[in-house]
Every structure is written in structure tokens, then in C-alpha cells.
Ligand binder design. Sequence first.
Ligand SMILES: NC(=O)C1=CN([C@@H]2O[C@H](COP(=O)(O)OP(=O)(O)OC[C@H]3O[C@@H](n4cnc5c(N)ncnc54)[C@H](OP(=O)(O)O)[C@@H]3O)[C@@H](O)[C@H]2O)[C@@H](O)CC1
Ligand SMILES: [K+]
Length: 520
Amino acid sequence: MLVAFSGGDVRAAEAPLIESGQGDALLQRAAHGLFGVVLGLLREAGLTAYGATVVVLAGSGNNGADALYAGERLLRRGAGATAVLLSDHVHAASLEAFRRAGGTSVTLADGTDPGELALHAGHADVVIDGIVGTGAQGGLRGTARAFVDAFNTAAGARATRSALVVACDLPSGIDVETGQVDGPVLAADATVTFGSAKPGLLLGAGALASGEVNVVDIGLDLTASTPAVRTLLHADVAALVRAPTAQDQKYSRGVLGIAAGSSRYPGAAALAVGAALATGLGMVRYLGPDTVASLVHQRNPEAVASNGSVADARSQAWVVGPGAVDDDDQRGRASDAIGSGLPVVVDAGALPEVPDRVGPQVILTPHAGELSQFLTARGVDVDRSAIEAEPAHFALRAAEMTGATVLLKGFTTVVAAPSGTLFAQTDASPWLSTAGSGDTLSGILGALAASLAEDTGAARRIGVADEDIWAAIAAAGAAIHGRAGRRAALRGPILISDLPTDIRAVMADLYEERRLAAAM
Ligand SMILES: NC(=O)C1=CN([C@@H]2O[C@H](COP(=O)(O)OP(=O)(O)OC[C@H]3O[C@@H](n4cnc5c(N)ncnc54)[C@H](OP(=O)(O)O)[C@@H]3O)[C@@H](O)[C@H]2O)[C@@H](O)CC1
Ligand SMILES: [K+]
């Protein structure tokens, strides 16, 4: 699991070490970790340090010092390195070490046009961003801002430019706590972060600017702090999902009730049912109008369908709401399922049925517009754009207000538990923002909820508190959905009705990971 502590907590954990005279040792450990990741990236690009061209961008703080010490190590391995100094008072010892190893440096003075230097950096093999780290205050300013603007213009966007950009601790320009960007940002191909990830690397625009996040252990003790954000990795999702055993029968593997679709939106039901079956469980019971049930049956004859009541359809979990609009029977089923005490995934048309207080086993899956309506109906007047700017804040607010688990959809999906625990998953493909995508997410979440509803060891397997298991299940569902989308996008624009094929392939990968982990 990728665990992010706030910049403040990381700095507090550094403080006693710095006071006891270990400040330089910390810088050296950080620089060594950064150097190691750069070497690996060069190797992946078919290069070695010997002969590689490196540009180190150094600001006035310790972030610049880490980058310069990493540059020193690359110089000693035969790289050619130039430092662009964005302040006239960079960390003296690291600059001295960089120069002694053969590096050259140039100071960008206030008011000087950074265009030529930016062009030079754009032609390097690697650019190490040591402009600002956890000491950044607000959006980039002064020479830092001018240089990043010029670099983005000269080198182009990530994926189109030739230089690999490696962020030291965090990409300069993001807010360390929220990932919000105010002004230019130096988007990285990879970020090497020290002690632990920071929330801004996992949330919002910061998650998009960070590339692959590598955490370097520099010996900080963070055990007394509470993680601010967590991201489930492949191994965590693999440890969570439940594979059938020889003792299982269809009822013990999990039965999911789905009250989705309406005569206006019949397709949503078929998509949710198909995705649930592909995720793997014992049975899906579909409840809804006969016409919709026959569409569900055409695609998935294994689903058991009726137009009966929630009370009569024994299940371990429910999905309510996808495509269920202007349908009083579906509304009644949503209300009954939410009131049943069973895990329930509540989407779209069922969100207005949520009472004031529920338990964390009720998983709400709004997008920003739906969360805005949901919160406004509860007296928190907030529009869609405000939620998009601070998704974690508003998801937590909704979870704390209602007691539900709140999964807020987006390119980065955030999941808030009522306990305050927060997950962020950036597994998705932009191709997934298409009609029907949310219906398949509901199906995946429902299947996980049904198959894990009675699994008392699930939270322990991935190291979360029992009270946060529903948030972890929701985060795992977002990860599976996102990866299925990425896989599907390899074949071109995603056809959501095809997604079950990719969901099954993602599940197969997860079971293989689980098997390999057990064999170790
Ligand atoms: N502590 C340690 O021992 C360890 C620390 N570590 C490393 O140190 C980093 C933290 O170092 P830090 O505290 O020196 O702050 P840092 O982010 O380098 O720069 C702050 C300076 O930047 C400037 N500045 C601020 N905002 C700005 C803006 N918006 N736009 C432009 N400039 C801005 C401002 O300088 P000024 O402009 O005032 O000259 C300010 O003083 C951390 O991320 C990690 O990499 C690790 O190696 C582990 C050991
Ligand atoms: K940086």
C-alpha cells in the first residue's frame, strides 16, 4: 500500500534527527535513493549514467540539496551534469560537492529570460527537479515560475518531450497536502519521495503530475502519525479479493442483489450485472421490470431475475440505483436495501433515498455533480466545480455527515470512510469517462461487497482497521475498474459493454499475484 503522510508530519519526523545532528545524513540518504531511481530509469531507456546528460534544477532549500547530491553521484558515474540554480543562495555544501565532481552551474537571475536554459534542459537525457519540496509555499513564483513555464514551452508536455523529468520529493508546483496546482507545474515521469509519499502525490492534479511514485526510506519514524491518504497497489487488491475454495458453493461465494435499470434506462442493469458476474461471485439476483430483466437475460442468462421485493431476494449485498429513474418500485427497493443493514452500493437514482444516518457498509458512488446535489440537499451549499477542486475534502465531509462510505468518481477516484480514512486510486484510463462506465463500477463494487461480506479476515489481510474495510473494498473496486479500462483501451476506444472481458482478465492477474505471494 502506498501510504502518504502530510508534509507537516514528515517534517516533524525529520526534526529530532536534524536536532541530533543527522540532517546531512538524511540528505545523503535521500540523494542516494534519488540517484538509484535515476539510474534505473536510464537503464530502462537503454542508457547508462556514463555519457548521459543531466540537468539539475536547484532551488534554495534542502530539496535543491538532495538534487545536487544526486547529481554529484551521477557525475562520479560518468554523466555530464549542469545545475540550473534558481536562487542565488542554494545549499552551499551540496553545490560545492556537485562542482568538485565536475558539474557546471549557472544561476538564473531575476528578470533574465530563461528560454535558452530551458531549451538546453529540454535536450538533456534527465532533468532532476529540485526546485521546491515540502517547504513550498503557494504556487511557483519568481525565477522558479519563469523557468518552469519556459521549460514546458520548450520541451513540450510529458510523453511528447524527450527528456525524462524526475521530481525530487514532489513535482514543483503542486500543493504538498492537496495536490492542487496554482500556476505552472513541472510534471514528472517519476517522483522519488522521501520518508513516505505525500498526499499531494496521490490526489487531484498532483497525482497526474507525479508519474510513477517511488518511496525512499530515509529512516523516519512515522508510527505515531496517521496516514493522510492511502493507495491500494496490485498486491493489496490481490490480498483482498476472495478466491473460491473447494468448500465453497454458490451461496457461500456471495450472492449479490441488483435493483438497477428502468424502462427508460434498461442498459444500466445489463452493464451492472455483467460487470458483477465478471468480478466473480456465486450468484446475481436481478430485481426490476420484466422488460429490463429480459435484456439482462439476453446478455447473462446465469442471472436470476424477478420483479419481486428485496425482502424475498436473499442476498449478501446490494447494488441499487444505476439507471433507476422515474421508477417507484426501484426507489422502494433502494430504500429497503439501504435499510437492510447489508452492504449496499448506492449509485445515481438511489442517492436521494439515503436517510440522514447510515453505516459504513453503505457505499455511495456519486460523481461531483451528484455529490453537489447530495450535499446541497443536506444544507451544504457547494457546486460541482468546488467539489472538483477539493474532492478529498468533500468526500470526507459527506462520509462524516452521513456515516456512509463515499466513493467520489473521477480520474483520481477518492474514497472516504466515516472514520476519516481516505483512499485515492489513479488507475483509470481517460477512455473510461463514457456512458455506462459508472454502472460497471457499481457491479464490480457489489460483487466485491457480496463476496467479502462475511469474510472477517479481509481488513487484516491488507492492514486496515475493521471499520475501514468498506472503504478499502470500494478502493479495490475502483482499482479493478480502472485497470480493466486501461486494458480495454489498448484495443481502441472503450466499448463499455465489452468491459467484462477485461474485468475477468484483471481478476485473473490478481489471483495469479495472490498465488505467487502464497508460494513465497
Ligand atoms: N529537512 C531535512 O533534513 C530533509 C529534507 N529533505 C528534503 O528537503 C526538502 C524540504 O527542504 P526545505 O525545508 O529546505 O524546503 P524546500 O522545499 O527545499 O524549499 C523551500 C524554499 O523554496 C523557496 N520557495 C518556497 N515556496 C516557493 C514557491 N512557491 N516558489 C518558489 N520558491 C519557493 C523558499 O526560498 P526563498 O524563495 O525564500 O529563497 C524556501 O525557503 C524536502 O522536500 C526534501 O526534498 C529530505 O532530504 C530529508 C531530509
Ligand atoms: K521538487
